[in-house]
Every structure is written in structure tokens, then in C-alpha cells.
Design a protein around this ligand. Structure first.
Ligand code: C5P
Length: 222
């Protein structure tokens, strides 16, 4: 039997990460945060003094990422790169910008493909990203494209980063989000676009619980 995948794609700040986690927990499925792999590639390139426009070198780094998704002693989730805790660094806006630069390199996307597909394990997977439904898991059971207005996405991101103790400005965040959306939608390889068979879900003005429940109802109807 093939392992079911629920693909949740959309722009940054649409609430994908939180919603994907909720849905995975409710169903008892595994979770793939594919953006983290692009973020880790950007960090690894920096750590190895590789320029982000050195496509071959960045792709080599992506194919050799030594990553561990684990929990801290206090039970919170963490990410380790070469056994160094990079949980905080992964979420930085500068890391996000680096991720969207390396994500535009076709060889990097190719290098991360099998690693992402390896997350498809019983009893099921919720995959969060930009191209989960359109490229990585084209046979996903359910494909969702989660959107929200740009203003709302910037405000959510602002709150998220502030809560993590990061010093950010709403205006700078809005600009970053617009730049990143543009880069992600205009790149030639796997641009941010709904898969033809994706269901579009607008989360503007809706709570996390409401959006997660819409998805769980869709799953129950399948
Ligand atoms: O979702 P997150 O903000 O962590 O993603 C960081 C960047 O990684 C995105 O802006 C996008 O450029 C890239 N990405 C991607 N494909 C994915 C996930 C993320 O290109 N499946």
C-alpha cells in the first residue's frame, strides 16, 4: 500500500508550518518541513565559506547535509547541523533570504529531492513547502495551497519572530516577504504555484484551529 501524503504548499507567512504540524499531530503522521532543508543548505554554505551563487558547490553541500531533527532536553524541537544546534539560526530572516537564493538553483533542488521523498513513511506524511504537491509528491492524496493576504502574512511573521525574541521591523519584514514571494514565484525551476489539482485555502482572518479543521474534514471525506 502506498503511504498517504498530504501536501501543504504556499507562500511564507500563510501559516503552513503551524497548520502542517497540527494536521500531522491530529492524524499521527510524520512531518516534513522542506523549507528547513533549504535553510540548512544556506547555513551550511555560509559555514563553509561558499558563495550562494557558486551553484555546483552549493549543490554539493546540499547533497551532503548532515542534519538531525531531534528534541532538546526541555522537550522543545530542535535542528542540528554537523552536531551543532542551529534551531535559532534556521528561523532567522537572513537565513530565509539565503534559502530562497539557494532554492532557485536547479541542482540544489535535485540534490534535496530524494532526501525529501525519504520522509514518506507509514502511517503517512504531511509535507510542508512550496512544491510538495507540484513536484516532490505529485501522487499526494490531498494537495492544499494555503494563502493569506501579504499584509496578514507580514503581521503573523512579525509576531512569530518577536515571540522568539528576535529584533525585527514590520516594514522590513513586509519588504522581505514581497521580495521572497517574487523570487519564489518567478524562478524557472519549481516556481511557487499551486499544483493543478490543489485545493486553494485562504487563511486570512481565520484561526489556526479553523484552517486545520478544514483540512482534517477534507481528509475525512477522502
Ligand atoms: O518555508 P520556509 O520559509 O522555511 O522556506 C524558506 C525558503 O525555502 C522559501 O522562501 C523558498 O525559497 C524555499 N523553499 C522552496 N521549496 C520548498 C520549501 C522552501 O523553494 N519546498
Amino acid at each position: 500500500m502506498t503511504v498517504p501524503v498530504i501536501a501543504i504548499d504556499g507562500p511564507s507567512g500563510s501559516g503552513k508550518g503551524t497548520i502542517a504540524r497540527r494536521v500531522a499531530e491530529a492524524l499521527g503522521y510524520h512531518l516534513l518541513d522542506s523549507g528547513a532543508l533549504y535553510r540548512l543548505t544556506a547555513i551550511a554554505a555560509n559555514n563553509n565559506s561558499i558563495a550562494l551563487d557558486d551553484k555546483q558547490a552549493v549543490a554539493r553541500i546540499a547533497s551532503k547535509l548532515n542534519v538531525r531533527f531531534d528534541t532538546h532536553e526541555d522537550g522543545s524541537e530542535g535542528i542540528w547541523l554537523d552536531d551543532v544546534d542551529v534551531t535559532f539560526e534556521v528561523r532567522r530572516e537572513s537565513t530565509g533570504a539565503g534559502a530562497s537564493t539557494v532554492a532557485a538553483i536547479p541542482e540544489v533542488r535535485e540534490a534535496l529531492l530524494e532526501r525529501q521523498r525519504a520522509f514518506r513513511q507509514a502511517p503517512g506524511l504531511v509535507a510542508d513547502g512550496r512544491d510538495m504537491g507540484s513536484h516532490v509528491f505529485t501522487s499526494a492524496l490531498l494537495k492544499i495551497f494555503l494563502t493569506a493576504s501579504a499584509g496578514e502574512r507580514a503581521r503573523r511573521r512579525y509576531k512569530q519572530l518577536k515571540d522568539k525574541g528576535m529584533d525585527v521591523s514590520l516594514a522590513a519584514l513586509s519588504r522581505d516577504i514581497e521580495d521572497r514571494d517574487r523570487r519564489d514565484s518567478e524562478r524557472s525551476v519549481a516556481p511557487l504555484r499551486p499544483a493543478p489539482d490543489a485545493r486553494i485555502l485562504d487563511s486570512s482572518g481565520k484561526s489556526i484551529e479553523t484552517v486545520a479543521q478544514v483540512i482534517l474534514d477534507w481528509v475525512a471525506e477522502l
